[in-house]
Design a protein around this ligand. Structure first.
Ligand SMILES: O=C(O)CCC(=O)C(=O)O
Ligand SMILES: [Fe+2]
Length: 301
């Protein structure tokens, strides 16, 4: 009898111990999840404070599961149903969509141009590429024999045209729909760079915006060394994706005193900002197709 009692109480003790261990484990898991959530919330706040407000509770110290799932579904297309997983996905989305901070322009304050890697989200541009490609059409334009483009330029498709060119070129509506938000994004980023680089706050407006498609053919492969025009206050060149990988097509920029040649291989999303009258060149491509979005800007106080 005594033995049976002893065995029973041993069993009970073992069960209690097992229960305690599993409770402890669950508490630890919960504590870890809370720590992970805190770290993720901090990351999200740093990347996109508005998104953080939407997906956390009133105190901003924990995720609001339903709001998080709804938001992630909206911006990423799907929600996993797991808060930490969703939060990680949202953070990745924000990283892709957020341009580098102004200090990413780098410490060099001597040059009048800069290359900003990943200035526009490559993911956004890749998603947009079918629309860009579908919208692209050649709009032939006679800039005149002595101009930067010559009299046989036909490889650009226009989004904004303020200049009174002859024949009159109209913005191509499908390209306007495909890229007008990206044009705005580039303007804002240019303004940030300009403020940091020249310590002058300027408002950029677009005089001309167009997509150029280079191909390895006569009159389509390159843009010779030039400046963008006496009345152009600044320019943006944004590398776009392509479905035909190309060779060549580097950007050359002559800048600094003494003048040094800078040569860049640009990836989709990379931007070059140019101050007024900086000499540059789009080198010939030898295969594939290269697309670039180009803006000529006017700067006002
Ligand atoms: O992307 C390029 O090749 C340069 C474009 C350019 O400089 C221009 O169109 O003025
Ligand atoms: Fe140019």
């Amino acid at each position: 009898m005594a033995r049976q009692e002893a065995a029973a109480s041993l069993c009970a003790a073992a069960a209690t111990a097992a229960l305690t261990v599993s409770l402890l484990r669950r508490v630890r898991q919960r504590q870890k999840a809370a720590r992970d959530a805190t770290a993720l919330i901090a990351q999200l706040k740093a990347l996109n404070s508005t998104a953080a407000l939407v997906v956390t509770n009133a105190k901003g110290d924990a995720f609001a599961a339903k709001a998080l799932a709804k938001y992630v579904r909206k911006v990423c297309g799907v929600s996993s149903g797991d808060a930490l997983e969703d939060a990680t996905r949202l953070i990745q989305h924000c990283k892709n969509a957020t341009p580098p901070s102004a200090t990413a322009f780098g410490p060099r304050k001597t040059l009048r141009h800069v290359l900003v890697r990943g200035c526009v989200s490559p993911q956004l541009l890749h998603e947009r590429f079918p629309q860009i490609k579908g919208a692209y059409t050649q709009q032939a334009l006679d800039y005149g024999k002595n101009s930067r483009y010559g009299d046989r330029w036909k490889i650009s498709c226009y989004i904004v045209v303020l200049e009174k060119w002859k024949p009159k070129i109209m913005p191509h509506e499908p390209m306007v729909s495909a890229l007008s938000d990206v044009v705005d994004m580039c303007c804002r980023r240019f303004e940030e760079w300009y403020l940091e680089r020249f310590e002058r706050k300027r408002r950029a407006s677009v005089m001309n915006a167009f997509v150029t498609r280079y191909r390895p053919k006569p009159d389509e492969a390159e843009l010779k060394k030039h400046i963008d025009g006496a009345n152009v206050d600044g320019s943006v060149i944004l590398a776009l994706p392509t479905d035909e990988p190309f060779e060549g097509g580097h950007l050359k920029v002559w800048d600094g005193r003494p003048t040094v040649l800078h040569e860049y291989a640009m990836a989709p999303g990379d931007c070059i900002f140019l101050d007024a009258r900086v000499w540059h060149q789009g080198c010939a491509i030898t295969s594939g197709a290269r697309y670039a979005l180009v803006l000529f800007l006017r700067l006002r106080k």
